[in-house]
Ligand binder design. Structure first.
Ligand code: C5P
Length: 405
């Protein structure tokens, strides 16, 4: 049975001559047992008729925001949530440009912007359009957002020219997706606990001690684990981002104490725990119930008390078979400090990032990490998009847990 069986696939079709190949692709998806919803651009309908596509997919084809007959609104949000993946084949230069820049003037692009699932883009265009810097810049931007580009093949093009631009053959697109989903189910049924973001430690009802953590790294790891089939509990400090995968159980907390309480609930049943949060080391000893006023008083002195070390606490409670992963954000003596933390907190793996590396750490969309394991081995990774760093970290965790088993 194909791993695509039972998967919900949104098949986006654009207005290019390769749209005729989408019919074969649709048939192959259906044959593999997938449920397919076709979304076609207005230009796409010039190349292939919705009648053919709806007959093969057993569903009405979606193209407009509203049904002309009934006035019914087609919800791109619902479609985005329904999808296990979205495949845009063929993806024209125009749609690629709209997707890269958020120009949501048709149902396909709005669905793409609402999609919480992996997105696969199979470009098809003439070789000069394909190699134009604007197309290449748009594709690299889409790649950096975590989309998967199924590179076009080289060969005879509809224009009569020969070169790179032919949409990948439908059979190969199916193999690409099958591989993706097969690899991505290596955490199926596993419970994963992740902490992310900063903690806020109350000074008074309007002020707190916090830090610059954006939560992006922890959220990317949560998405990666969920997409590989894990049941994810994400204990998150206050951040302005949200999860894309609706299966992730987000538990929002504010302080380190609250974070520890929530982690303790999930930890005993978690096979893997990844401590990504930037937990404040200290909290005000006596937070005020009322706003501290400036007038009529001396400059206030805030006495601090030590916060619990969540990773170290869980490290003490760890049973054999459980994996505990921590992060070390260092400014100097990186390796020595990280290795010490690994031992002190009883971690299996520590992910080291240095504030000295440009583009790494707080607030950025990229990170550069080294992964140090309890057996002393170490892997250094180059600067990458946080989604890709998340995939590297999860790969390393899985490999290490398999080597220990
Ligand atoms: O000791 P340091 O704060 O550098 O350790 C960082 C690691 O420990 C991270 O994985 C972080 O999430 C975790 N940590 C924690 N609770 C604290 C402080 C750090 O879980 N109070």
């Amino acid at each position: 049975m194909s791993v695509l069986s039972g998967k919900h696939i949104v098949l986006g079709i654009c207005g290019g001559i390769a749209a005729y190949k989408s019919v074969s692709l649709l048939r192959l998806f259906i044959k593999a047992g997938a449920e397919v919803q076709v979304v076609i651009t207005p230009a796409g309908k010039e190349f292939i008729t919705p009648v053919t596509l709806s007959a093969l997919s057993h569903k009405p084809v979606v193209s407009e925001f509203f049904s002309a007959n009934t006035g019914e609104w087609h919800s791109h949000v619902d479609l985005g949530l329904w999808a296990d993946c979205m495949v845009i084949a063929p993806a024209t230069a125009s749609t690629i440009g709209k997707m890269a820049n958020g120009i949501a003037d048709n149902m396909l692009v709005t669905t793409y912007l609402s999609a919480k699932s992996p997105v696969f883009i199979a470009p098809a265009m003439d070789l000069d359009m394909m190699r134009h810097p604007s197309t290449q810049a748009n594709l690299s931007r889409l790649r950096s957002y975590g989309n998967h580009i199924i590179e076009p093949a080289s060969g005879y093009l509809a224009s009569g020219l020969e070169g790179k631009g032919r949409m990948e053959e439908p059979e190969n697109i199916v193999v690409y997706l099958e591989r993706f989903f097969a690899e991505r189910s290596d955490l199926e049924g596993k419970n994963v606990l992740i902490t992310a973001g900063p903690t806020y430690e109350k000074i008074d009802p309007v002020r707190f001690i916090g830090n610059y953590s954006s939560g992006k790294m922890g959220y990317a790891i949560a998405e990666e684990c969920a997409s590989r089939g894990a049941n994810v509990t994400l204990v998150s400090g206050p951040v302005s981002i949200s999860v894309k995968n609706p299966g992730i159980n987000v538990v929002r907390v504010e302080s380190a104490k609250e974070m520890l309480d929530e982690c303790r609930k999930a930890f005993p049943t978690s096979e893997i725990s990844i401590m990504c949060a930037a937990v404040a080391d200290y909290a005000p000893a006596n937070p005020s119930d009322r706003k501290i006023k400036r007038e009529h008083q001396e400059v206030p002195v805030i006495t601090l008390v030590k916060n619990p070390d969540i990773a170290a606490t869980l490290g003490k409670e760890k049973r054999s078979g459980q994996m505990l992963v921590g992060f070390a954000l260092e400014t100097d003596n990186e390796t020595v400090n990280a290795t010490e933390k690994l031992a002190k907190k009883n971690l299996d793996i520590i992910v080291l990032n240095s504030l000295r590396d440009k583009g790494a750490c707080f607030g950025t969309d990229t990170n550069k990490v080294s992964i140090i394991k309890a057996d002393g081995s170490r892997t250094d990774f180059p600067l990458k998009d946080k989604a890709k760093v998340a995939a590297d970290i999860v790969d390393e965790i899985i490999n290490f847990s398999q080597s220990k088993a």
